[in-house]
Write a protein that binds this ligand. Sequence first.
Ligand code: NAD
Ligand code: DAU
Length: 350
Amino acid sequence: MKTILITGGAGFIGSHVVRRFVKKYPEYKIINLDKLTYAGNLANLHDIENSPNYEFIRVDIVDAEVIAGIFNKYRFDGIIHLAAESHVDRSISNPMEFILTNIVGTVNLLNAARTIWENNLANKVFYHISTDEVYGSLGETGYFFETSSYDPRSPYSASKASSDHLVRAYFHTYKLPIIISNCSNNYGPYQFPEKLIPLSINNIRNNNTIPIYGKGENIRDWLYVEDHANAIDLLFHKGRVGETYNIGGNNEWKNIDLIRKLCEIMDQKLGRAEGTSAQLITFVKDRAGHDIRYAINAEKIQKELGWNPSLQFEKGIEKTVEWYLANEEWLENVTSGEYQKYYEKQYIKR
Ligand code: NAD
Ligand code: DAU
């Protein structure tokens, strides 16, 4: 039996990865390490929490001593590292949390892996989950390739870029077996409603305005979260050690077009007259340093491992809306308390 560590497993993408691994690999013991910040929620894993091959440990990856102790106890065979502060707007108002978790936390995990694997690196892998934002911002044309130079422009992307560099440095310096993937924007069930799509769904549902930064002309490349989890599964098992892989949806949308599409679907699902939800669209002050366009070239993972996004966006977004409307209790729970204070600071007081 292999023991696999997944960090950040109570978050959005992490919960999909944990669920997939617990169900698909009964021969693995899956250990989920998560601090349970505002973004981590054990309700995301309710359906698998009693599985015999699953264990949750609440821990802050910034605490080097505790991390070393856990690694020493469990002697992990593989690591999939997703724990991070992940929201760009929060990184603009409070960068230090991002430096601590995304950089210091990652180095703590690298050091702990190095210590337990020192004499036996065979069949081990430290798989670091990263973002396309490390490559910066594109103009109207072009794509991010694995060879594109790094040009992060927000405290979030700079902290992720820094962690990528450190992960690569441990490969070159200490021969630590690593893999990195850089993915585009994910969407789907269990995404915290601070991010564009679930925030808009929640606001439309409550008849609140939909805040669009600037003119809504920024472009993102959207991927359904389970397609990302599938890519992570493939790379963890079959990716080449020392390599970086880009993952993307080949699915670029201007924010305003995406939100108009979402409004149409919400009108249908809520039984509202066509055009009702779109009236909630409100243009607000732009995000500082707002990256114009992200677009991923994902040919490497497609050619090497045959990975492709499985879900067409129109289907994926409809499925996502249906999930949020069927899980209003989840939405209510995560948008009470602290969320209200965040929302007010981010959208009402500025
Ligand atoms: P998320 O914010 O939903 O979840 C992050 C998880 O990490 C939470 O469960 C949180 O409790 C946990 N965490 C935060 N700080 C921690 C700490 N100090 N110690 C232990 N746990 C901690 O994030 P997400 O959207 O699921 O993103 C997961 C990973 O994927 C991140 O590394 C992110 O950079 C990367 N990524 C995200 C996207 C996206 O579109 N969401 C795209 C590409 C890459
Ligand atoms: O590209 C991958 C990245 O995608 C991940 O690394 C990040 O963790 C993830 O948060 C996401 O970053 P973005 O900044 O692209 O996602 P967000 O949902 O915050 O914003 C998407 C776009 O919508 C962006 O152009 C900003 C805009 N936006 C966002 C919010 C929250 C708005 O116009 N209004 C909003 O209220």
